[in-house]
Design a binder for this molecule. Structure first.
Ligand SMILES: Nc1ncnc2c1ncn2[C@@H]1O[C@H](COP(=O)(O)OP(=O)(O)O)[C@@H](O)[C@H]1O
Ligand SMILES: [Mg+2]
Length: 252
């Protein structure tokens, strides 16, 4: 069986700075890969390369055996890359529910011509998206906030909405960029549980996170990245205890 995500010799530099240095990576269904490394290591850049926000200089990225690197972002979303953003990109003056509906993987109402051509099926698709959004919000305990503006909910709740937006797509691959940063209390517990459930349901998940207890609780393996290069990979405990990580990451 082929991996959900397969990356082969991926390279990228910004000017003179190497941000992806011969990266090889395989990720299977149900796996949760922790991506650890100091600021500027290239973690977010790797997500940008996978989701097609930026183009690689060299190398291949495949999803379920299908080459992604020649496809633009909107086609990649259709081929199954969902992600969250380190710096949330929510629409603050819109409701929680509308933020989810906008993120729906195919939102037929967005196309004027499709709307003209198929009014009825568009309505049905929108109804399905609404149902799905409500189900996700209910899972997160946020259903009562569906009609509240995003600006009026807590930071932790906003991070959950970022996650909820990613879950609107059925994509087999989920990229989470620092989902726990600044999240505490019940939002932390909800996020932890949602990630665990999504992995159990068979999604392949790659998560950038500095929160060690989160990585310990959820990741099935981890990689340690410095200056665009994977310098260690393996089991979570072994990696967290490695000397390279202690020296470079925690400054010990
Ligand atoms: N679009 C870009 N153009 C130029 N340099 C960038 C761009 N995006 C990121 N960088 C640089 O690439 C390096 C890696 O950044 P990033 O991937 O955001 O690191 P991380 O997420 O590991 O903290 C940094 O030096 C950053 O300044
Ligand atoms: Mg980052």
């Amino acid at each position: 069986m082929s991996a959900v995500l397969s990356i082969d010799k991926l390279n990228k530099r910004f000017g003179g700075v190497v941000v992806a240095d011969d990266i090889d990576l395989q990720l299977g269904a149900g796996e949760v890969l922790g991506l650890i490394g100091p600021n500027g290591a290239g973690k977010t850049t790797l997500f940008n390369l996978i989701s097609g926000v930026i183009a690689a200089d060299a190398g291949n990225i495949s999803l379920g055996g299908k080459r992604l690197d020649s496809l633009p972002v909107y086609r990649r979303a259709r081929h199954g890359v969902a992600r969250t953003w380190q710096h949330m990109r929510l629409f603050n003056s819109m409701s929680v529910l509308d933020n989810l509906l906008i993120a729906a993987s195919s939102y037929p109402g967005e196309s004027f011509w499709r709307l003209i051509a198929a009014g009825g099926s568009v309505k049905a698709a929108e109804a399905r998206n609404r149902e799905k959004a409500h189900a996700i919000l209910t899972r997160m305990g946020l259903a009562p906030l569906a009609h509240t503006n995003v600006a009026d909910i807590t930071f932790g709740q906003q991070k959950l909405i970022g996650m909820a937006r990613a879950l609107m797509s059925e994509s087999p691959l989920l990229l989470l960029d620092e989902p726990m940063a600044g999240v505490e209390g019940s939002a932390y517990e909800t996020m932890r549980q949602i990630v665990a459930e999504e992995a159990a349901s068979g999604r392949a998940i790659c998560v950038v996170e500095h929160n060690v207890s989160f990585i310990r609780a959820l990741c099935t393996s981890a990689i340690f990245m410095v200056r665009g290069r994977i310098i260690e990979r393996g089991g979570v405990e072994a990696l967290l205890e490695s000397r390279a990580l202690a020296e470079l990451y925690f400054g010990k």
